[in-house]
Ligand binder design. Structure first.
Ligand code: G6P
Length: 763
């Protein structure tokens, strides 16, 4: 609590100091002016006194001035001495020559010439404030007689050093009072902010926590700084209690029924699973919504990729914070100074907190270590991983940055942290080192290779150690869990429990389990339906000159793991072997450019475009061409329309953790009879066994599978798609998240080495 309050206290302290500084500066300036004015008044007093003294002596000096020098000096000398602050007098003849001076004045009589001459020249008075032998002196000169022809000048000299001392004392006194006033202002601002805002808001936060954790029946605390806040808090309490009691009922029922998982059900389940944890924090490299400048305006882009597709609905259902790299060129301009904004745009359900990385960090951590190293390491697509020491340093540093952002977000409260994917393998350990009480889950969205393949990573042990900071580690498939435990067995000194699939390292336990990820129903995604969808499909067909041919579709990030050349070649082989399909079969690939900063990805895109051209050149005729390679970041509405209009979808990954496009296609069919051609090397093939399963390297059989799909009779198509739909509907993303959260909650509840927690999961 204390550390959560610190930033607010510092803010009010800073405000108090600022106000005090402004007041201090203003009063300081006023005090300075005041001291100057008082000094001027004192000087005027001295001037008046000098004038009066000159008057008293003037008769005698006039008499002396008519005598020769020696007699005049004799007559004047006794009268020219001073006493106390009056240092003495000096007398000048009309031609400016010094006639006589008191003893104290004589020492610096040459310095008085100027002021005496000034008085003689103006035939009146002159004054001067000057410094002699370490003293501040005030010199007053007056001609004699004051009327008529000038006979000489009388000079009166005062020591006014005491005026400087007096000014200093006055300044010190003012400064003391300015300091006292400033301190009072600081105390007043900090105190009043505490009483008016911080105390009631801290009480409100405590009340909210009790409401969430203990479901208390008490009203919001009194003294809230605004009536609106109070009435909204009342309403919040009412709806929260209602949601919670429904949640309890639903959640208890959920464990025993096969009822469909929805976002509401997940929300209720999450409340129970989270228990006393304050919030869900998701942390990933890729952000769910990025902003890019288009025609001078920031535009929202939803990045392609399974991670965002899967996690965004979970956070929309449960609320919380998603921490990710802010990679869009308009990201800075669309977030607050702390990098935060609420998303989805226009339907705020959770907070996105952007982490800023320098270009060098992004290059080393994201493009380098993550995507030229770990990505090819984990995917068996025969692409050689590249490991560079400087990329590893950036990877470590960036992981630290993400972990710090999570710790910052969690404050001192309890939280469940869901770390995502291979870019952040070190984050779980970093979190646990700082906050052992956090509940940390890591989900690995890509395959895990066998130990021999993994061993080539020079920093394999550090990666494993980082991952094993998590309480729960999820993969898509049991096979990846097996590979992971095998790898740990070979690389680290740790205790493996093959019965419970857990690893014990340095006293903490990590449970390793499969959680096949899935998708959200399309009906929740604001995509056109019925007539509007029909119109959209007609428009797309016209726009891309698709005609009425039999259409197969593919939707992918353009990545060498997706088997796109194999897919194009299988289509070409179909046309070569079965000429009757020329002019009657079209393959549309919606390809989203990805990681194009990496040369291998750029080359891949170029080669694919060349291959599509080559095949089109060979077979196209009339207005028809076999391959439409549409390279762009296609939005969800466009993807949905293509998935709905295509009677076939082809997924041909060479290796893929899950592949959510396959599930998206099935989800889009909603009772339809589309055919799914699916690579056996995509994780999804384990669940979607009613697809036509292919080996994408075997072009001949791949082409045959497409032909079989084209010719499959309607009854078989429907039966297969019905079974696929049931599988995807039942095992949707909400069930995945509920399973993961339950397992994570059970893991923490049972503690290291305790009973089998799998019972808590929803199968
Ligand atoms: C895969 C990875 C994700 C990644 C996505 C898109 O699904 O598992 O972590 O976000 O690809 O790739 P990108 O590099 O654009 O984030």
């Amino acid at each position: 609590m204390a550390s959560q309050n610190r930033p607010r206290t510092t803010r009010s302290l800073r405000l108090g100091l600022l106000i005090a500084a402004i007041i201090g500066l203003a009063t300081g300036l006023l005090a300075w002016r005041q001291v100057q004015q008082e000094r001027e008044i004192d000087l005027e007093d001295v001037g008046r006194r000098a004038h009066a003294l000159a008057q008293q002596l003037s008769d005698r000096v006039l008499h002396a001035l008519v005598l020769p020098d020696a007699q005049a000096r004799e007559m004047l000398q006794p009268r020219l001495e001073g006493y106390q602050r009056l240092l003495g007098y000096a007398v000048f003849r009309a031609d400016g020559r010094l006639l006589a001076a008191g003893r104290a004045v004589e020492e610096f009589a040459d310095k008085l010439d100027g002021v005496a001459h000034a008085a003689l020249q103006s035939a009146g008075e002159a004054t001067q404030l000057t410094r002699v032998t370490g003293m501040r002196v005030y010199v007053f000169a007056q001609v004699l007689p004051t009327k008529g022809p000038v006979a000489g000048a009388l000079v009166v000299v005062h020591d006014v050093s005491y005026l400087d001392d007096r000014a200093l004392v006055r300044l010190a006194q003012y400064a003391f009072w300015v300091l006292i006033v400033s301190l009072l202002v600081v105390a007043l601002v900090v105190g009043s902010t505490w009483f008016v805002y911080e105390r009631p808001l801290t009480k409100l936060a405590d009340w909210m926590r009790r409401l969430r954790v203990e479901n208390v029946a008490e009203s919001p605390p009194p003294g809230l700084p605004s009536g609106r806040l109070r009435s909204e808090s009342d309403r919040l309490a009412a709806s929260f209690r209602a949601a919670r009691s429904t949640g309890r009922a639903l959640s208890e029922a959920a464990l025993h029924t096969e009822q469909e998982w929805t976002s509401e059900r997940l929300r209720a389940h999450a409340l129970v699973s989270l228990g006393d944890a304050h919030q869900i924090i998701v942390v990933s490299n890729r952000e769910p919504y990025l902003h890019q400048w288009r025609e001078g305006k920031p535009q929202v882009v939803v990045p392609a990729g399974g991670l965002v597709t899967a996690l965004d609905p979970v956070l929309q259902a449960c609320g919380g914070v998603w921490i990710a790299h802010g990679s869009g060129d308009a990201d800075h301009d669309t977030a607050d100074p702390e990098g935060r904004l609420t998303v989805p745009p226009g339907d705020a359900s959770y907070t996105l907190k952007r982490v800023w990385l320098t270009r060098e960090e992004e290059q080393g951590y994201y493009y380098g270590f993550s995507n030229e190293g770990l990505w090819p390491l984990c995917h068996l697509a025969h692409e050689r991983p590249v490991f560079r020491a400087e990329d590893w340093e950036h990877y470590r540093h960036a992981n630290r940055r993400f972990a710090d952002a999570v710790l910052d977000e969690a404050g001192s409260g309890k939280a469940v942290v869901l770390v995502q994917d291979y870019q952040l393998a070190l984050v779980p350990r970093l979190l646990k080192e700082a906050r052992p009480d956090l509940r940390v889950g890591l989900f690995w969205h890509i395959p895990w290779p066998n130990p021999e393949a993994f061993r080539i990573c020079p920093w394999g042990a550090e990666i494993l150690d980082g991952m094993l900071g998590a309480d729960l580690l999820g993969f898509h498939l049991q096979q990846y869990c097996n590979n992971f435990l095998d790898t740990v067995d070979r690389v680290l000194e740790s205790r493996l429990d093959w019965d419970h699939f857990s690893v014990e390292l340095r006293g903490s336990r990590t449970r390793v389990r499969p959680f096949p990820i899935s998708v959200q129903p399309w009906s929740e995604r604001h995509v056109p339906a019925d007539e509007a969808l029909g119109r959209q499909i007609t428009e797309l067909k016209t726009q891309h000159h698709l005609g009425d041919t039999f259409m197969a579709v593919g939707v992918d990030r353009i990545d060498y793991t997706k088997g796109l050349p194999e897919r194009f070649r299988a289509c070409a082989r179909l046309l070569e072997k079965y000429p009757r399909y020329r002019g009657r079969f079209t393959f549309v690939e919606l390809g989203a450019p990805s990681r194009t900063h990496i040369p291998r990805y750029r080359e891949h895109l170029d080669r694919l475009e060349a291959l599509a051209d080559e095949i089109n050149w060979k077979y196209q005729s009339g207005g028809w061409k076999p391959i439409h390679f549409l390279v762009a970041q296609h939005d969800a509405k466009t993807v949905h329309a293509f998935l709905r209009m295509a009677p076939m979808c082809i997924v041909s990954s060479l290796h893929d953790g899950m592949n959510l496009v396959a599930k998206e296609y099935v989800a889009a069919q909603s009772g339809g009879d589309g055919v799914l051609v699916l690579s056996e090397f995509a994780g999804a093939a384990r669940e979607l066994s009613d697809a036509l399963i292919v080996n994408p390297y075997d072009i001949e059989r791949f082409a045959e599978a497409i032909r079989y799909g084209l010719e499959m009779d309607a009854a078989e198509r429907r039966a297969r798609m019905q079974r696929l739909s049931r599988q995807v509907e039942e095992h949707n993303i909400y069930r995945w998240a509920a399973n993961f959260l339950s397992a994570l909650a059970a893991e923490r509840a049972t503690g290291a080495g305790a009973a089998d927690s799998s019972k808590a999961a929803i199968s």
